[in-house]
Design a binder for this molecule. Structure first.
Ligand code: ADP
Length: 178
């Protein structure tokens, strides 16, 4: 599924983010930036020790913020490590923190001249954020950003499983409904 937002392409695909050939991959990181399970583990396995060492120098990263590193052995040039919220640890701020993790990541991309980027679904694995709630927050944050930042050419959401892919497709269709 693909839509044009301002001058950019917003794309939803099902797949593995570590295989994407874009300028920057976004990682669903934890505050310690030391790798973990899920997409974080996959990115660190593919990136290798140089990625872990780059992270070590920037940790910790607060929830709702992001940090940029080089990408080690990955095909992308950079990894932007975004720390989404653990669902309901701070219930009044779940959506604000999730939105902030996406927005901070996009701001780092703009600052570093990154034009083509790929996101996983932040916080919806081990961090427990329900996909149906997270998808509209993720997509509306990205859409708002793209409308204001023509420097970004491509945002690709790489969604690992069909349930997540379907939820994002539904959320995008209803956000862009005329
Ligand atoms: P969090 O701790 O932020 O919840 P997780 O990595 O546990 O992060 O999960 C976030 C999402 O990333 C989940 O939907 C999970 O299925 C997905 N995921 C796991 N591995 C990959 C991968 N290689 N590429 C893309 N998405 C992945």
């Amino acid at each position: 599924m693909q839509r044009t937002i301002g001058g950019a392409v917003l794309e939803l695909v099902q797949g593995d983010i570590t295989l994407q050939e874009v300028d920057a991959l976004f990682n669903a990181a934890n505050s310690r930036l030391m790798g973990g399970g899920g997409v974080d583990g996959a990115i660190h396995r593919a990136g290798g020790p140089a990625l872990l060492e780059a992270c070590r120098q920037l940790a910790p990263c607060p929830t709702g913020e992001a940090r940029l590193t080089t990408a080690g052995n990955l095909k992308a040039q950079y990894v932007i490590h975004a720390v989404g919220p653990i669902y309901q640890r701070d219930p009044a701020n779940d959506a604000a923190l999730l939105s902030s993790a996406y927005r901070s990541s996009l701001e780092l991309a703009s600052y570093h001249g990154i034009r083509r980027l790929a996101f996983p679904s932040l916080s919806t694995g081990a961090y427990g954020y329900p996909i149906d709630e997270a998808a509209p927050v993720a997509l509306s944050t990205v859409i708002t950003y793209l409308q204001q930042h023509p420097e970004i050419e491509l945002v690709r959401f790489v969604l690992f499983d069909s349930r997540t892919f379907d939820a994002y497709q539904q959320a995008l269709a209803s956000l862009l409904k005329p």
